[in-house]
Design a protein around this ligand. Sequence first.
Ligand SMILES: [Zn+2]
Ligand SMILES: [Zn+2]
Length: 373
Amino acid sequence: MKADAYELLGVSRGADDREIKKAFRGVARDLHPDTNPDDPGAEDKFKAAAEAYEVLSDSERRAIYDRYGWDGLDSRGFASQSHGFGSFGDIFEAFFGGDPFGGGGAGPGRVQGGDVGVEVEITLEQAARGESVDVAYDAVAPCERCHGNRAEPGTPIETCERCGGAGQLRAVTRTAFGQMVRAQACDMCGGEGKVAATPCTECRGRGVRAVQRELTVDVPAGIADQQRIRVTGRGHSGERGGPAGDLYVLVRVAEDERFLRDGSDLVSVVDVPAPAAALGTTVVVPTLDGEEKIEVAPGTQPGTIVTLKGKGMPTISRGRSGDQQVVLNVVIPRELSTRQRELLSELQDSLGDKNLREASNESLFSKVRRALR
Ligand SMILES: [Zn+2]
Ligand SMILES: [Zn+2]
């Protein structure tokens, strides 16, 4: 059951055309998407109100509606027109010409500036401690010669002849229930309502030009490769009072041959000769804070991992660091001399079960599984 047309607009059955128009304008403003970002039903309500307005603003249709209701209109071929429009803006324009919230400095035809992308590469160390990087890029900016008003300095800016300064052209469409007026931006002045008699020589009357911009961008500590930083309002300038676009800085973190990054952890590998692993030794490993010595216990097995707490990458959100995992890569000697072979043979003959038993109770398969993780 469709709601009553008078109720939809909140007017009495005796309301005159002016009251009806005023009521619809009020309802339309209340239901505008800009005022109702959280109400997905606003557009449907607007369409219902627009349909009511179509009927009540046309004396012939209103008379039919008063006698027979919505069904009476449908059966006489007066199906609503408002479904034929695409967006809310289309409907609004069709009735009133122009966006009701478009005023206040930003004129018709305002265009938001485009976004700009720029890429920077930093080292892993820079990513770990955070870094200010300078970026340079080309962006569209208001022309300095004409200050964006498009006219050669000292020459007049005249009212657009085509639209008479309104910035809009009205296209009248005949429909079953009268004339519908739709407005569109004037193609001669681009919606500005004014044209430069002599276009600015610097920007050829565009009001904008490409400039090189430089900016220092703070890259937060712990940033990952390929992350983007958005700098609001630093993209291309808007046109005709529109806001500027954004700058997106794509951060590339260069590979570091000493470390693999695993989330906030760093993984590094250090070689330990097999005899040293058997005897116990000290090895030096690189960390992001410089070199660090680690103890290798006697009888250390291949693939043993030593964790250096807090030596990984900081995490952007949580403000603490990951760890560095050092994999001890036990290297078996090769290309042995005769003497070395003799010594190893002698060593092998001397080894008993006690020497070769696994230190931990971990099964061989679970070790393999861990290594393949
Ligand atoms: Zn200019
Ligand atoms: Zn114009």
